[in-house]
Design a protein around this ligand. Structure first.
Ligand code: ADP
Ligand code: MG
Length: 674
């Protein structure tokens, strides 16, 4: 049987068994082998003699002369000990466990090249893990050795020869980047890069090679994304349907330009035959939910059903109330469904959904339990998407025939990561806040100045405003200096005897939380003492003060979300961030950022700077793309650069028809993207 020329089986000495081992490493072809990066390198460029070994770096590569041989008693009988000296005349004992055959091979006076891991004990140097070669070259001395991931019976030697074989068989390796870019950005040619990676000579070259490959990979990805984005941007915005017009007319305000733009983008997707997969990002209070309602009407007018899913029962209920207020007058049939709804009532709702008697279902992920069927589910909206796990998200896609999906988030993705991490999602952004909003004033409050703060808040109470007090703990857990909800509830009651309050936290039943929030909304309460349960989405416009104590204990994104509980009307609002004396530099940095800006997008960028992209990318699992050379968490700069270059190319030569872009055009065409 003739092998395909690219098969890994072409490598000498690789048979079926080893091919399986290669496959475990993701290597089926010679090209796969080429793109398998070594996990490390062993730098044997310079000889390291015995004395250079240390606990941190026990490795030794040098020439030795055999001096003496003896046996010493061990449990298994006896073990060969070969004493030798290097060119410094330092003595090294080779302990040859189960390697008696070395007695015949190693003759006194002979010269060998050794690589060994050396331990010093009681003043003498010993090695039991060592390899001996006849020549310097065989021992790898004078070169760098790639260390590959291994599987099964693969050895480093096998891997190295497979890589070398791949390079020789695949040469010349095509490079698709224009020459001009190579020169300007100092990138290595692809061919040279693979040589530097698999047959390394110098660590600087190797690292430049990796960067060059990573850049090309990111650049091609960005090129594709930039081109697609441009292409879809050319369509006309969808026209508002009758129901959407009606809802707009019923509102006491008009939409912001960004809201209009985003509705246009969504409606256009909903009208197209391709199922939508869109992320709607906008800061807290930017009016995303309204966009969701309007676009729902677009679907409902065309006899589709809509499912609106929120991360908590609390939020779901709040949305259901709002929907009842806004949409029910338009004749929309709404239902509210969570895990709590059971028995007859549940049956009624699920029947309604199955028979198409219900247009809009609002609820938690219970909307997608196995007993829920939809007649014609064509639009799924996910509020606060980042709160959902991957599994919960996956259950969605099964219902309905490939419904349109709109995921909303108030934790914006930093600009630079957005395009790359969410390769399969389109993104809509609401950047501006509704008119008339007064920016929230943020105050950083030292422990020693809490009293003044409490006095200032009393003034707000007198004006008829409401407040949130937020603590990191529910009860005192013995961390002496940490305030908690219970203790502070008592303390605040004493301080503000004329004002009404309740505690709210995750230990309460959902019913009770709802009841408390409802009475807060009705202004039967003046303030809530809370944990970060109030973080997500709660919308009570008359609340204008939020106090967050031990602010340094919360993440930047969480603080911004919490702060977003106020400033939800045309009243001036205040956010007090109380910090302790143990504030770290990083903590200080974070609080300063919040003090300086209300812009969630800017905050996300800063968060990225402080935490690095790892955390942010890591905590989001949606739409990941796999990269061979580049790392989303470490190549942040490179991503920026690749994106800028891709945008430049598309600007100058969208169709890639210029001569210097011919190679690029070929690659893009091969992937079916042109
Ligand atoms: P988000 O979900 O983005 O945090 P919401 O949709 O909850 O924001 O909107 C916050 C508040 O702003 C709601 O009370 C909503 O009715 C109101 N709102 C939405 N759009 C506008 C607008 N264009 N002008 C004024 N108020 C608006
Ligand atoms: Mg919201």
């Amino acid at each position: 049987m003739k092998l395909p020329p690219d098969s890994i089986l072409n490598v000498p000495r690789v048979g079926k068994a080893l091919a399986k081992d290669f496959e475990n490493l993701g290597v089926r072809t010679l090209s796969d082998m080429l793109s398998l990066l070594p996990r490390a390198y062993e730098d044997r460029r310079f000889e390291r003699r015995v004395k250079a070994s240390s606990e941190d770096n026990p490795y030794v590569y040098c020439r030795i002369f055999i001096e003496r041989k003896s046996y010493f008693p061990t449990k298994a009988g006896r073990t060969l000990k070969v004493s030798c000296r290097d060119d410094d005349m330092t003595e090294l004992n080779l302990l040859c466990f189960n390697r008696d055959f070395l007695d015949r091979q190693l003759r006194i006076g002979d010269c060998w090249y050794i690589s060994a891991s050396v331990q010093k004990s009681y003043g003498s140097y010993n090695a039991s893990a060592f390899e001996l070669k006849r020549t310097k070259e065989e021992a790898g001395i004078g070169s760098m050795l790639p260390i590959y991931p291994l599987s099964g019976s693969l050895t480093q030697k096998m891997m190295r020869s497979a890589a070398r074989f791949a390079i020789y068989s695949l040469t010349p390796i095509e490079d698709c980047l224009p020459q001009e870019m190579h020169e300007r950005l100092g990138l290595m040619h692809r061919d040279a890069a693979f040589r530097a990676i698999h047959m390394p000579k110098d660590p600087k070259q190797t690292s430049r090679a990796r960067t060059s490959l990573a850049f090309t990979e990111l650049f091609l990805l960005e090129l594709q994304l930039v081109r697609e984005k441009g292409a879809s941007g050319n369509g006309k915005p969808g026209k508002l349907c009758r129901l959407e017009q009606k809802l707009l007319e019923s509102l006491p305000f008009s939409l912001t330009d960004d809201q209009m733009k985003v509705i246009g983008e969504i409606d256009r997707d909903l009208d197209s035959h391709r199922p939508m997969n869109r992320l709607l990002q906008g800061d807290v209070g930017s009016g995303k939910t309204l966009v969701a309602w309007l676009s729902s009407l677009h679907v409902i007018e065309n006899h589709g059903q809509v499912a609106f899913m929120a991360p908590t029962e609390l939020l779901a209920r709040q949305h259901a109330e709002k929907a009842a207020e806004l949409l029910a007058p338009l004749g929309i049939r709404i239902c509210f469904l969570t895990g709590e709804v059971m028995g007859k009532k549940r049956k009624l709702l699920t029947d309604g959904l199955r028979d198409g008697e219900i247009d809009l279902a609002i609820g938690t992920h219970a909307l997608f339990s196995s007993d829920v069927e939809f007649r014609n589910l064509s639009y799924v909206i996910i509020d606060e998407q980042h709160r959902f796990g991957v599994e919960q998200m996956n259950t969605l896609t099964g219902k309905g025939k490939r419904p349109n999906v709109l995921a909303m988030t108030a934790t914006p993705i930093p600009r630079t990561l957005a395009l790359t991490v969410f390769a399969d999602q389109d993104i809509s952004t609401i950047r501006t806040m509704p008119n008339g909003r007064i920016p929230i004033k943020t105050h950083l409050v030292r422990e020693s100045r809490r009293e003044e703060m409490f006095a200032a808040i009393e003034v707000e109470f007198k004006r008829g405003r409401q407040a949130y007090f937020v603590y990191p703990r529910i009860t005192d857990e013995g961390e002496s200096d940490l305030r908690d909800v219970n203790t502070m509830y008592e303390e605040l009651r004493k301080r503000y005897p004329n004002y009404r309050s309740r505690m709210i936290h995750s230990k309460l039943a959902d019913e009770e939380k709802m009841e408390i929030l409802t009475s807060f909304r009705l202004h039967e309460l003046d303030y809530l003492v809370s944990t970060s349960v109030v973080e997500v989405g709660i919308d009570i416009p008359n609340a204008t003060v939020i106090v967050i104590e031990h602010a340094e204990r919360f993440g930047l994104a969480a603080l911004h979300q919490l702060r977003g509980r106020v400033g939800r009307s045309d009243l001036p609002s205040h956010c007090f961030l109380v910090f302790g004396s143990s504030l770290t530099e990083e903590g200080k940095e974070r609080l300063k950022i919040l003090n300086e800006t209300n812009d969630g997008f800017l905050i996300a960028e800063k968060d990225l700077e402080i935490r690095g992209p790892g955390d942010i990318v890591g905590s989001r699992q949606s739409g990941f793309i796999s990269l061979k050379y580049a790392s989303l968490t470490e190549d942040y700069e490179l991503i920026n650069q690749a994106k800028a270059e891709a945008e430049r190319i598309v600007r100058e030569d969208r169709g890639l028809i210029k001569g210097e872009n011919a190679c690029l055009r070929q690659v893009v065409m091969k992937e079916g993207k042109l």
